[in-house]
Design a protein around this ligand. Structure first.
Ligand code: FAD
Length: 188
């Protein structure tokens, strides 16, 4: 039986990001991935819409960690993409109310943005039309920190950097069972 310091199950964006941080710090890392490859777009991290969310949608009462970490993570992600040449665009986002009945929702999200420390600006009908002529809305929340990233390139970059730092990626390898042992865990 091989004894390893850190084993990560799954090489999506979470697994590769954790592998990147640990390997950069000089720790021993093995990443187990059941798919045949890490960078071929097999998981949801490589097939999503690539939206960099501002952190607006997380309620402090029910999802306090996400409410705190998402706005922080946004800035870290832009920095990472810039440093490592991952295609991205800080284009901002409008959350729109298309009818008066939607306005309370907009106000709810405005309060949530304020509570989470997310930068925003409330736009009226004319301001929305000036910004996006093809959008008809009675108002909108303008979220300048939102954007898009090329998700496959992001996972690939995290994988490549981790590998360079000595992380081991075991593809075609599925974890079936974890047994708690006195010292650590046995992975099967
Ligand atoms: C349609 C869609 C659109 C989305 N759009 C966005 C968006 O625009 N912006 C955004 O921020 N988020 C978006 N998300 C959410 C985002 O994609 C996920 O939050 C994120 O990819 C989760 O990453 P992950 O690494 O936890 O999971 P995954 O990417 O699913 O990676 C998990 C990995 O673990 C492997 N695995 C699982 N079980 C085992 C096992 N037993 N042994 C070995 N390997 C295993 C899997 O094969 C997989 O590769 C979207 C999700 C979907 C489905």
């Amino acid at each position: 039986m091989d004894i390893v310091e850190n084993t990560i199950i799954g090489a999506g964006v979470v697994g590769t990001a954790v592998a990147h941080e640990l390997s950069k710090a000089g720790r021993e890392v093995f990443v187990i991935e059941k798919n045949p490859g890490v960078t071929q777009g097999e998981n949801q991290s490589s097939r999503n819409a690539g939206v960099i969310h501002s952190g607006l949608f997380y309620d402090q009462a029910t999802r306090p960690l996400k409410a705190e970490l998402c706005p922080l993570g946004v800035r870290m992600l832009y920095d990472f993409c810039q440093i490592h040449d991952v295609p991205h665009l800080n284009c901002g986002k409008l959350v729109v109310a298309t009818a008066e009945k939607d306005r309370p929702n907009l106000e709810h999200y405005m309060a949530q943005a304020r509570a989470n420390g997310v930068e925003f600006r409330m736009l009226n009908r004319d301001e929305v039309a000036a910004r996006e002529p093809n959008v008809q809305a009675v108002g909108a929340l303008d979220l300048p920190s939102a954007g898009v990233v090329e998700p496959t390139r992001l996972v690939h970059k995290l994988y490549a950097l981790s590998s360079n730092h000595g992380a081991h990626f075991l593809t075609h390898t599925e974890l079936r069972l974890i047994r708690a042992r006195t010292e650590g865990f046995e992975l099967i």
